[in-house]
Design a protein around this ligand. Sequence first.
Ligand code: F6P
Length: 366
Amino acid sequence: MTKKTIRRIGVLTGGGDCPGLNAVIRAVVKTAVREYQLSVVGFENGFGGLLQNRARDLTERDVIGILPRGGTILGTTNRDNPFHYPVMINGKKVFKDVSDRVVENINIHGIDALVIIGGDGSLSIGKELYEEKGLLVVGVPKTIDNDLSATDQTFGFDTALETATEAIDKLHTTAESHHRIIVLEVMGRYAGWIALESGLAGGADVILIPEIPFSMDNIVKKLRERQEKGKKFSIVVAAEGAKPIGGEMVIQRLVEDSFEPVRLGGIGNVIAYQIEETTSNETRATVLGHLQRGGSPTPFDRILATRYGAGAVNMIMNGKFGEMVCLRTPNIESVPLADAVGEQRLVPVGGDLVRTARQIGISFGD
Ligand code: F6P
């Protein structure tokens, strides 16, 4: 195959946002322009921009000052999958494959290759665009959940972890003053990374993660043990996907048209209620929610995002299409998108983090 000459590249951010997206966009633009003399087009609101042809040129001037900014200057959405796109036919919503429109718009803009910054959902679409439509795609792994299997870490996770840890620190002081039990619910989808690491960093007494189903009896046992030792407050950190042994995750609602068919959330309040009923201790729940997705990225995330952005452009120039940039500490490498999507990176229940937590007395409610 003759190597395609690359002159102009596209970039989009898809799925839920996270701190560091702007840092990736900035690094893509700077590397493309400075190192390879390419021009860059940004598509707005994820795949929606590719379908509805909402695009703008991105120059170095456009990325001035965005390194420390949360969110994404391009906008994003969990919706608008071109292979499963909702259209109204005779007043009825049906789903159609409109991916040819993506190819048309890519051609209209004279784009030779596309950088997709996204999580599992967006990168799966990227894989399909590469395999079925022949688009020259490279992926960049983003998500606060840190649940992509093919990279040591996704950018965004470190910032979410810092936010969650700070929340635990703050909850500690009020829990202690009022002699209360406080349950903090954090995000993470089906993976317990944010709960586990923030719980460790913040000194939680109980950590509940989807990978280790819990029983209420065991949680209460741990809380009573603390009381018997004269400790008048406790902190429980619950991942939104935590579930009881033999039970299900708490689902807020089902979501049509989204990369994410279910919206998790609510376990924190359920547990807090049950704890108060069983122990008669005043108990409160805090749901940290989208605070974990906002704010300025940590230095770690800024650096990782910058390395990923530059790495993605290097991959394009080296013909590594259909692949995702990844961290194999200490190096930036790449893996086929086919190996990067589909398989989640869950907390290993026999791993060192869980073992260490148990050794210092943290209960997982199991
Ligand atoms: O995947 C990132 C994430 O923040 C999850 O932790 C959470 O379950 C979900 O997205 C929330 O999505 P939304 O922004 O659609 O509520």
